[in-house]
Write a protein that binds this ligand. Structure first.
Ligand code: ATP
Length: 409
């Protein structure tokens, strides 16, 4: 699916004020950035706009900001790291109001090729998260052109993603997507809508309920759907197996039956675990030493809990990946945070690393697992947005994409 939206290659920004919504929602520990992936991912768009003579005004959210503006969730550390990465000054407007006098003054003082970073957009609370008109207008007042490059936030109709574009467009300004957005949508879009086959989708993670629409949509699009992780046990229960104390969602058993019937009707392969690694209880803390054994999937004792796929399943899943040409993976195969229960997730990550297929990791825990295991550079694409990539895999339109201008040939 080619993205029929204006990109930074289609707009003229020379001498113009360009507001860029980035995803600088980086993990922080004691005020230090522990993973700069999202900052690095934003650089190509920023550099392009600077090279084209734009005045680049950046904005982003950081964290959930549950208790109002606070220094712990300020974008100050991002300004510092970004300045190092760009090799030029980033003028950080630390005002908790985000827009307003300080921001306006900083923007007025800008010359072509300057960079300003506004404060955390979530410091404006519901005005941001409920797509507030006033905040949208204040953001739009700061710019002539708007660029969305925040894939990780593009599934949310927030003021800095959606509302601002209405105001910019109303005053004759252009709205485009950045390179990161383009890349994410090209990879995910091509994989789902126009995959080179066989297309294998792998889903794991904790709960079936979180991924109902993803399962349904991918079943229609893929050739083989592989289910692992906690969510597999609701499927196994739906097959009539004893699953002991494993994670089961009783309300979703009928749904799982429906999906198994749908797979059969469509002639799709739906792979479920044939064996499972069990323990007497969930590890507490999660990385505690734990005694495990492996049993067939239909032989889980009533007092035991399934916490990872077993060896036979890992082999079965790795085999399915070997013959694939496109693989999309979202969600770990087990409680990968515990080294004893990470084997299934490692086996799948390794199979993806070794195949020639286009491999796409849908963000979140699976991206963390792939990074942690050192397989990151072996994947074709690791999405920067867990929630956004999931909604994409559900077949939903993302507000951040919809909000950009259509391309006019
Ligand atoms: P995100 O929501 O961050 O995108 P994700 O979609 O990759 O993450 P989640 O649905 O959040 O995955 O589930 C990940 C969690 O599922 C991990 O913390 C892992 O420990 C847990 N998990 C995996 N397998 C099991 C299992 N068999 N029993 C219980 N929990 C499990």
């Amino acid at each position: 699916m080619g993205l029929n939206k204006k990109s930074v290659d289609d707009i003229n920004v020379a001498g113009k004020r360009v507001l860029v919504r980035c995803d600088f929602n980086v993990p922080l520990k004691n005020g230090e950035i522990t993973d700069e992936t999202r900052i690095v991912a934003a650089l190509p768009t920023i550099k392009k706009l600077l090279a084209d003579g734009g005045k680049v005004i950046l904005c982003s959210h950081l964290g959930k900001v549950k208790n109002g503006p606070n220094e712990g969730e300020s974008l100050a550390p991002v300004a510092k790291r970004l300045s190092e990465k760009l090799g030029k000054e980033v003028n950080f407007v630390s005002d908790y109001n985000v827009t307003g006098e300080a921001a306006t003054a900083a923007v007025e003082a800008m010359k072509e090729g300057d960079v300003v970073l506004l404060q955390n957009t979530r410091f404006r609370g519901k005005e941001e998260t409920k797509n507030g008109e006033e905040f949208s207008k204040e953001l739009a007042d700061l710019c002539d052109v708007y660029v969305c490059d925040a894939f990780g936030s593009s599934h949310r109709a927030h003021a800095s993603v959606a509302g601002v574009t209405d105001v910019v467009r109303a005053k004759g300004g252009e709205c485009a997507v950045g390179y990161l957005m383009q890349k994410e949508i090209d990879f995910l879009g091509n994989a789902v809508e126009n995959p080179v086959r066989p297309f294998v989708a792998i889903l794991g993670g904790a709960k079936v309920a979180d991924k109902l629409n993803v399962i349904n949509n991918l079943l229609e699009k893929c050739d083989t759907l592989i289910i692992g992780g906690g969510m597999a046990f609701t499927f196994l229960k739906a097959k009539g197996y004893e699953v002991g104390n494993s994670l089961v969602d009783l309300e979703k058993i009928d749904y799982c039956k429906e999906m198994m019937e749908k797979a059969e009707k469509l002639g799709k392969k739906l792979l479920l675990p044939v064996d499972t690694t069990i323990a007497a209880a969930f590890p507490d803390p999660i990385d505690a030493e734990i005694e495990v054994s492996v049993v067939d999937a239909d032989k889980i004792p009533a007092d035991m809990e399934g916490l990872d796929i077993g060896d036979k399943t890992a082999e079965l899943y790795a085999d399915a990946v070997k013959s694939a040409k496109t693989v999309v993976w979202n969600g770990p195969m087990g409680v990968f945070e515990n080294p004893v229960l990470a084997k299934g997730t490692i086996a799948v990550a390794k199979a993806l690393a070794e195949t020639d297929a286009t491999t796409i990791i849908g963000g979140g825990d699976s991206a963390a697992a792939v990074n942690q295991l050192g397989f990151a550079d072996k994947m074709s694409h690791i999405s920067t947005g867990g929630g956004a990539s999931l909604e994409f895999l559900e077949g939903k339109e993302l507000p951040g994409v919809v909000a950009a201008d259509d391309k006019t040939e």
